[in-house]
Write a protein that binds this ligand. Sequence first.
Ligand code: ATP
Ligand code: MG
Length: 434
Amino acid sequence: MESKLQAIRGMNDLLAGELPYWQRIEAAARELFADYGYREMRVPLVEHAELFKRSIGEHTDIVEKEMYTFDDRGGDRLSLRPEATAGLVRAAIEHGLLHNQKQRLWTAGPMFRHERPQQGRYRQFHQIDCEAFGFPGPDIDAELIQVSARLWRKLGLEGLSLSVNSLGTPESRRRYRAVLVDYLEARREALDADSRRRLEGNPLRILDSKNPALHELIAGAPRLQDHLDDDSRRHFDRFLELLAASGIAAAVDPTLVRGLDYYTRTVFEWRTTALGAQDAVCSGGRYDGLVEQLGGEPTPAIGWALGMERIVALMRVAGAAAAEATPAVYLVLSGERAELAGLALAERLRDALPGRGVVANMEGGSFKTQLKRADKSGASVALIVGDDEAARGVAAVKWLRTGAPQQEWNWDELSPRLAAALETDEASGTNDGR
Ligand code: ATP
Ligand code: MG
């Protein structure tokens, strides 16, 4: 027997039953971005590998070992996008969106990283991502945090905590890096293999190590906060002030360095304690040098990305029910004549009840079978049409969730009566399927 084909490890099918969570998050985000004046943009899933190397950085985990990179048939070296910012920046430069302009943008979609799949960590995962270009001051940093905080409120998510830090400018970071390397070199024996490897390429990442054996060593390391340049210090202090004035609690975490090279000054991460090891649900920061680095005019910029899978998991933990959309009407059709008239009748009902859901029975079946299907569909009402009803142009109206007695309505009055009845039905809360 041939073996069955299966999905690639770490790449998930999202079945209809769980989509309501996703749709709820996406709808909330879409509305939220409109409220703050962020506009949606979409960029390709595939870019030149070079783009990610030059933006995210050669010595990052993502570029070193997590990217899906391949040569296409034309011999171009391409990568599946591991994150959204690089592509957005590339597109913004390419289309002249940053020329003396400020931009508030957002995007959403799948990202790809060849990581070890585990709970909350996948090889295809999804992000919602927002970015602001052309704003140098700390007020936009605070606004971006407000956007995320409001999203948690909209989704009813509690208990997320915000960690913030400043990475300073590339110059102050370089100075700090030298101090940090001195400290770590002196303790080389105590480092693990991963950290020793990072010591040359990306020593700041050692601060982010999840190895408990290194906690003490990291806690005692010199702090980036103590090596900030004056402008970055002022920027950071003002950012903290603005957060406080917005009523958003934030903890300064001096070990928060983030895994991408392009960050400058403000970095932040929303964390949860509800999901085990995968505790980051949304992270981001300022990347004032990236646009220029990728060939654009110098443009300050900042953004964040949230992990959809982790937000969905949080909503499950919080007990938010996935309210699956159920049709309002199920059309039971029994007999040659009824079936012949049925599809047209269903269309008329859909014209009159847009967005409500009218499911017509297909492939026959006894009344009993069809009524069972109607019940299972979650519909509020079954319209029953047999050959006799079809001949008379009527339907038996059977309310499935209430004890209301069955009635007979003419096809001509069906639409308005149904519309009115469904409204009261919903207002009285008897339709708990929605
Ligand atoms: P982590 O520390 O968990 O690896 P990260 O720093 O690599 O996260 P970012 O690159 O900043 O994450 O991506 C933003 C968000 O995307 C993260 O906060 C997380 O919620 C989510 N995310 C990142 N990688 C994955 C993945 N492999 N699977 C699922 N979600 C992910
Ligand atoms: Mg990661």
